[in-house]
Design a protein around this ligand. Structure first.
Ligand code: FMN
Length: 255
């Protein structure tokens, strides 16, 4: 942001922005250097900035992990908007190492739940180290995962640790992706935020292990399941653990 811009709007409409010459996303090499385009930036008055920051924080602190979902449907197009928001996340070397699979077919959700419960049951009945059991015990969880079939939709997020690109001689080769977990984690955070602000409940669910998701959803070898996010309305009377969050003073250090 240039310091010389006036306080009033200095907006460049996204429609005015010239298209960036795209590199090949799945195969092929990136361009030598991306052309530069003007930054689309909407400058706000300071009071408006503070008001927006405060309103966002007030709204997002009410997000909770919900484990009891209603089966009531909601407009599925909300998921596309949330995924669009997620997919705008910054990513290491702009490699965008993510795929979002929207599962709304009951039959597929059932397969995911059955496979997750097989794994979770093994974990709960001996595979989890005692420290892990102790850490999650206060949350009152179990190997049973009804949210995987009750929620009208699951968004299964896959991370891509690498992709295939064309070498100079045209032969395919693996290209490593950088900061994959950080990038996908930020994208999931944006998605959870978008869904919460749209009035939907979510759970960040990481069945362990979750390799079965790649098979059930027919994803390629270079994708690794990262998280399952059931989305929907909370069930009538749903409750959540009474958790205390760290205060601002506990998490923010001023120097
Ligand atoms: C990476 C990650 C993995 C999680 N995995 C699970 C999970 O497998 N099952 C579950 O019920 N909750 C899971 N959670 C949710 C946490 O338990 C929850 O975020 C935490 O208890 C705080 O509650 P809140 O989200 O309502 O603030 C996970 C959260 C994160 C960030």
């Amino acid at each position: 942001m240039s310091a010389t811009l006036p306080h009033e709007l200095s907006e460049i409409s996204p429609t005015n922005v010239p298209k960036v010459v795209s590199g090949h996303l799945e195969t092929g090499s990136a361009p030598e250097r991306h052309p530069r385009v003007p930054l689309a930036f909407h400058r706000l008055a300071p009071a408006e900035m503070v008001a927006r920051a405060s309103a966002y924080a007030d709204a997002i602190v009410n997000r909770r992990s919900v484990r009891d979902f209603s089966t009531e449907s909601f407009p599925l197009e909300i998921l596309d908007h949330a995924i669009r928001a997620a997919s705008s996340a910054p990513s290491g070397a702009h490699q965008q190492p993510w795929t979002f699979v929207v599962v709304s077919e009951q039959r597929v959700k059932r397969r995911i739940r059955d496979a997750a419960e097989v794994e979770e049951r093994k974990s709960w009945e001996g595979r989890m180290p005692p420290d892990w059991v102790d850490a999650i015990k206060p949350l009152g969880l179990s190997w049973q995962k009804p949210h995987l079939t009750d929620a009208p939709a699951l968004i299964v997020v896959f991370a891509q640790p690498w992709r295939m690109v064309d070498s100079a001689d045209g032969s395919p080769r693996r290209q490593k992706h950088y900061y994959v977990d950080e990038s996908v984690g930020i994208a999931v955070g944006l998605m959870l935020s978008a869904l919460h602000l749209a009035g939907l409940a979510t759970l960040t669910h990481t069945p362990s292990p979750m390799a079965f998701l790649r098979d059930i959803l027919g994803r390629p070898a270079h994708e690794r399941a990262f998280v399952v996010v059931p989305v929907g309305y909370p069930a009538f009377g749903a409750n959540v653990p009474d958790l205390q969050r760290k205060s601002l003073n506990q998490v923010r250090i001023l120097r």
